[in-house]
Write a protein that binds this ligand. Structure first.
Ligand SMILES: Cc1ncc(COP(=O)(O)O)c(C=O)c1O
Length: 420
């Protein structure tokens, strides 16, 4: 277990069971059932604090936004609002959740490469503070729909390609997001918004990708944005993107390094008067989350491999199928025991590709064991689905020895709730 990406408040108790935020995961699995998404509240709080402290040591003009796509759960919006974070929403649904959680609309930043009339109407009505404008069509739509003048930032694709998976790169020229720098679209969008009677241009935005370990491209992105900034530029939002550990061998940069680089680049390129914003998602919630499953079958194919099948899979964690994402695992009642059996952890879905972990060594895994996969906190619940009629797992917050389901488990009946 040493080195695996568990929350900081992880230990074992006298029985040798895995304990997170004071909760014995064998007991938690029995109480809430499996599969279940568990979150260390102390980890989420301390990651938020790490961002705020890193900024406040370097700047008095900054804002940290919770990129809520990573964990769109009302309780998470509430938690990060309490920590003093603003919020990034990318749809009417996320906006509805942020408002329901009590977010001050002025602290809500709304994204989306194809915001609909209905979404813009909701943003207008509910007093959303800032729109991140993504296309010329959207600018026209805003002018038709908005009843008030709303602050706007222009989303720029600066042509920077960080080293990450193709599907989670967003800052390159060939992208569905934002306005390109090289082809002059970004400058044209700036002129267009400056001339708008419904949008008030206040800044620039870019998000170059996600799960980034080599942070130098962020500096290049700031330098690129600075080439088109004018007097109107009061704030620069540099997106999220900081990578996290999924495996023991991963070594992502610290939050402080990432903040240091961004603050230095913005001060150098834009001066002290511009507010710097970041909107982390994965690095706030990723390592705070873990998923517990029950092993239901162990299939040994002599000379080939051993499949351990759990009661979830691609419906609760799409990342292995989507990005070839890799994970590690332990057994909740003996996390410290050395692995002695090489297995492949498979899900329960009707797809051969429904594999959560291709190779992992576990200590004599057996039917009934509780398998725990760490670092599933970001984009797992967010991308959960009902493939094969699988009800979505609950979200359980673990906090100083107490556990509460902040999202209940879906039922088989829920699967038909919208059927006519
Ligand atoms: C515009 C924008 N901001 C922030 C984020 C959050 O990124 P991350 O989870 O890598 O911090 C994303 C995610 O892709 C995004 O698209």
């Amino acid at each position: 277990m040493a080195g695996m990406p568990f929350p900081a408040a992880t230990s074992t108790n006298d029985e040798g069971h895995l304990v997170v935020d004071g909760c014995d995961l064998v007991e938690i699995a029995a109480e809430f059932g499996t599969p279940a998404y568990l979150f260390s509240v102390s980890e989420m709080r301390s990651r938020a604090r790490a961002y705020l402290e890193a900024f406040s040591a370097r700047s008095d003009r900054f804002e940290v936004l919770f990129a809520s796509k990573a964990l769109p759960v009302t309780a998470a919006y509430r938690l990060f609002a309490e920590q003093g974070l603003s919020v990034d929403v990318a749809s009417g649904g996320e906006l509805t959740m942020a408002l329901a959680a009590g977010y001050d609309p002025q602290r809500i930043y709304m994204h989306g490469n194809n915001k609909t009339d209905k979404e813009l109407e909701l943003a207008d009505r509910s007093g959303v503070g800032t729109l991140i404008v993504d296309s010329f069509d959207e600018i026209e739509r805003c002018e038709r729909i908005l009843d008030r003048k709303v602050d706007a930032m222009v989303r720029v694709t600066p042509g920077i390609e960080p080293s990450t998976h193709d599907y989670i790169q967003t800052g390159q020229i060939d992208s569905k997001f934002g306005f390109g720098l090289e082809d002059g679209s970004a400058e044209a969008a700036i002129d267009r918004v400056l001339g708008s009677d419904r949008l008030e241009l206040v800044g620039l935005h870019c998000h170059i990708g996600s799960q980034i370990f080599a942070i130098e491209p962020f500096r290049l992105a700031v330098e690129a944005l600075a080439t088109i900034a004018g007097d109107w530029c009061q704030m620069v939002n540099l997106g999220g993107g900081l990578g996290i550990s999924y495996l023991s061998e991963d070594d992502p940069p610290e939050i402080e390094e990432y903040v240091e680089l961004k603050v230095e680049a913005v001060k150098r390129c834009f001066g002290d008067g511009v507010r710097i914003q970041v909107e982390p998602g994965r690095s706030l919630v990723g390592t705070a989350g873990l998923t517990v499953y029950t092993i239901g079958t162990v299939k040994r194919i002599p000379g080939v491999r051993t499949y351990v099948a759990v009661d979830g899979g691609m419906s609760d964690n799409l990342r292995p199928m989507l990005y070839d994402a890799r994970y590690e695992a332990v057994l909740a009642d003996r996390p410290e025991r050395e692995g002695d059996t090489e297995v492949t952890v498979a899900g329960s879905h009707c797809e051969s590709g429904d594999i959560l972990i291709r190779d992992v060594s576990l200590p004599d895994p057996a039917v009934g064991d509780i398998l725990v996969i760490p670092a599933t906190g970001a984009y797992g619940y967010a991308m959960a689905n009902n493939y094969n009629g699988m009800p979505r797992p609950p979200v359980v917050f673990l906090d100083d020895g107490s556990a509460s389901a902040v999202v209940r488990r879906e039922t088989w009946q829920d699967l038909m709730a919208r059927d006519r």
